[in-house]
Design a protein around this ligand. Structure first.
Ligand SMILES: [Zn+2]
Ligand SMILES: [Zn+2]
Length: 372
């Protein structure tokens, strides 16, 4: 994580403004924590630090209360070099509380590696490749955190066995915005406008993802990388609340359990939404080949022939289907259909209100040596 003192200098004034300008009164996301929504998605926040991390002062109870205020169904806690967050799974105090998934952000010689799944604490002093292999062997998975960040960038090539990579990090986007302007932006734009102003298209992260996708499967992650840089007496922490509303994952699961969520996240199911530009609920991306329907994370077999990619968005927006780093199809409106045939990874970007709104995980087409 970027240097703590820099963050303190930046975030303290902003946090004071947050309190005076009513961040806590931002409209909440839909509360549906009792189970997946009617389309089978759970919505949650990826990459959050509790007070078990040296650079965060968020108690787990504050993470839960703040997640509940933000309408999160689940929260992925990834503390620095420890798995000692107090719980995995529902704390069972209240069914409306978000499910807590416990991971770890391990510092390696190449950068930070997030480890997810039902794993013990990661062994120290392993190389990134050995760590990724270790996680996979035990049924978990790993992804490089903020690999394209100006600070904390991943050095060298990615381990072969990672599940994907973080394409976007809100913590790093904030860090890379001029600190002189942050309080002013917050004051004049309000919390939602502030988020839109600091959330620009993550070009470097997307380029890294596209190059990885040319080699094979890679799940995309958009992280809050949420820290509480100051202690807060209340239950809902204003700094966490802003981060929890910055970007969310919509994950298709049949059951509300840590195992099902971790599996779906690692397989690159679902999509990510920057919800200061609108709720991501109702987005759909599929591929139809004959009678078969495929969704994000699925692979069409080499013999499937031409297939129809279909995108539906809940509000009118600019929709792009991306293939090998280029727009294969583009449309303005609430739907896009595109017939494709080439092997490779197909993913969707949707822009609205001046920037990236929805980012889907890819549907893959095997063939010509790709995924064969
Ligand atoms: Zn980090
Ligand atoms: Zn982190």
């Amino acid at each position: 994580m970027p240097d703590r003192t820099v963050f303190l200098r930046r975030l303290l004034p902003m946090s004071l403004l947050m309190l005076t300008s009513g961040c806590a009164f931002l409209p909440a996301g839909a509360h549906r924590q009792s189970g997946p929504d009617h389309q089978g998605f759970l919505r949650g926040v990826f990459h959050v630090h509790s007070s078990r991390s040296h650079d965060s002062r968020a108690r787990l109870s504050q993470i839960i209360k703040t997640g509940r205020r933000a309408g999160a169904d689940f929260i992925v806690v990834t503390d620095h070099n420890t798995r000692k967050a107090e719980a995995r799974g529902c704390l069972c105090r209240d069914r409306a509380d978000p499910l807590i998934l416990r991971g770890e952000e391990v510092s390696t010689a190449s950068g930070h590696l997030l480890m997810l799944g039902e794993l013990p604490e990661a062994p120290k002093d392993l190389s990134p490749s050995a760590l990724a292999d270790w996680a996979q062997r035990l049924g978990g998975w790993s992804v490089p955190a903020h690999p394209a960040g100006r600070k904390g960038r991943w050095r060298g090539s990615f381990p072969r066995n990672v599940a994907g990579l973080e394409v976007y990090s809100f913590g790093h986007a904030l860090h890379e915005t001029s600190r002189l302007l942050l309080p002013a932006r917050f004051l004049f734009l309000g919390a939602q406008g502030f988020l839109r102003s600091v959330q620009t298209r993550p070009d470097a992260g997307l380029a890294l993802w596209d190059s990885r996708l040319k080699e094979g499967r890679a799940a995309g992650f958009a992280s809050a990388d949420a820290h509480a840089h100051f202690q807060w007496p209340g239950g809902v922490h204003p700094e966490l609340l802003l981060a929890f509303r910055s970007v969310t994952h919509y994950v298709p699961v049949r059951e509300r359990t840590p195992g099902a969520l971790e599996r779906a996240l690692g397989e690159g199911r679902g999509y990510m939404a920057f919800e200061a530009r609108g709720s991501g609920a109702g987005f759909d991306f599929s591929a139809r080949a004959g009678e078969s329907l495929y969704r994000a994370g699925d692979t069409l077999p080499p013999e499937s022939g031409p297939f129809m990619l279909e995108v539906r968005v809940p509000r009118s927006a600019r929709i792009r289907v991306m293939h090998e780093g280029l727009a294969a199809a583009e449309a303005e409106g609430t739907a896009l259909e595109h017939q494709a045939e080439k092997p490779g990874a197909y993913r969707v970007e949707v822009d609205r209100r001046g920037g990236l709104w929805i980012l889907s995980n890819p549907i893959y087409k095997a063939g010509g040596g790709y995924l064969e």
